[in-house]
Ligand binder design. Structure first.
Ligand SMILES: NC(=O)c1ccc[n+]([C@@H]2O[C@H](COP(=O)([O-])OP(=O)(O)OC[C@H]3O[C@@H](n4cnc5c(N)ncnc54)[C@H](OP(=O)(O)O)[C@@H]3O)[C@@H](O)[C@H]2O)c1
Length: 300
């Protein structure tokens, strides 16, 4: 099976390569010049429709995983035009680039399509009501994918961290080298998700879909368990053994940033369990493994 990954040089893209290369013939697309082991890499901006079309008609993928996006939430707020170009127009061009081909399209989306005002865990049926430009652009991309006529799965995930990108875990580890007191918001909750776990789950989804091609729709996909950013930071500091560092809770209103964030990003993964027969493991276990794999702590 041939799998084409957009955004293959990004945080999720790199882990997708690591996890999928055993089972599939991999092709990847990204803007920067790079070599990635295990994947036939094409340097291509999705906004270059001609080139995108040519690559897709040459590869003829069985599965496309669309992980490319502009993910810097505050930058999106400050530059909406760029956010819509990279998240919406690029998705439209990818769909145009597919032409008459109908591979399985796995579109990676986000908890940011919701307002964050839900009381309990957020289900896929929750009203779409983003609170920032990034969320709107991700939702519009979903709408485009939804109107495409081929088989598709929209996977909404949350709070990603992994080896190959800027993320909260790395930020907390870096800041705690220089500072003894960290201020972290405690009134936004969600589920941190390890990109390697997410990549393994996407592999399970593809294999299951191969056996039942009628499965389609929107699914939540995050590590289980919930926390808030302050507790998450506490756990990172604790695992790293930095006992001298204190994490102080603050309110969102006291931490000014260009883009608003949803307060409740806890995704209910029960539809995934019902349809695909699995759920992702607890975020604490995943974080522990990440810290061991990155040699931040020693394994047992
Ligand atoms: N990060 C999170 O916390 C989070 C949470 C929920 C959902 N998501 C979603 O998960 C997916 C993966 O996120 P991530 O954190 O792995 O992203 P990332 O590390 O920022 O990587 C995104 C990649 O997209 C590529 N890209 C952007 N615009 C492109 C274009 N016009 N043409 C070709 N490639 C383009 C970039 O390629 P170059 O490097 O070559 O420029 C970049 O490597 C995204 O869809 C994101 O919206 C992320």
């Amino acid at each position: 099976m041939k799998v084409l990954i957009t955004g293959v040089g990004g945080m999720l893209g790199r882990d997708l390569v690591e996890v999928l290369k055993e089972n599939f013939q991999l092709y990847g697309l990204g803007r920067k010049k790079r070599k990635i082991l295990g994947v036939h890499y094409f340097q291509c901006d999705l906004l270059d429709l001609n080139k995108t079309e040519k690559i897709i008609s040459k590869v003829k993928p069985d599965v496309v995983i669309h992980a490319a996006a502009k993910t810097q939430v505050d930058e999106c707020e400050l530059n909406p035009k760029e956010a819509y170009r990279e998240n919406v127009l690029a998705t439209l061009y990818l769909l145009k680039g597919l032409g008459n081909q109908k591979p399985l399209l796995i579109h990676i989306s986000s908890d940011y399509v919701y307002s964050g005002n839900a009381k309990g865990k957020v289900r896929e049926s929750e009203e779409i009501n983003p609170v920032n430009v990034y969320g709107y652009s991700k939702w519009l991309a979903e709408e485009l994918v939804g109107s495409w006529l081929g088989p598709k799965l929209i996977l909404r995930t949350s709070w990603l961290y992994g080896r190959n990108g800027h993320n909260f875990v790395k930020a907390i580890l870096n800041i705690s080298r220089a500072k003894k007191v960290l201020k972290v918001v405690s009134d936004q909750k969600g589920s941190p998700t390890y990109t390697k776990d997410l990549a393994q789950s996407i592999k399970k989804i593809i294999l299951k879909w191969k056996k039942n091609k009628s499965i389609s729709g929107v699914f939540h996909l995050s590590n289980s368990g919930v926390t808030h950013w302050k507790k998450y930071a506490d756990q990172i500091i604790k695992l790293a053994g930095r006992k001298h560092v204190k994490v102080v809770p603050i309110k969102t209103k006291d931490y000014s940033r260009p883009a608003m964030r949803p307060k409740n990003s806890c995704l209910d993964n029960s539809k995934l369990k019902r349809v695909f027969g699995f759920q992702m493991r607890d975020w604490n276990l995943a974080l522990n493994d990440y810290m061991v794999e990155e040699k931040i702590i020693k394994g047992k």
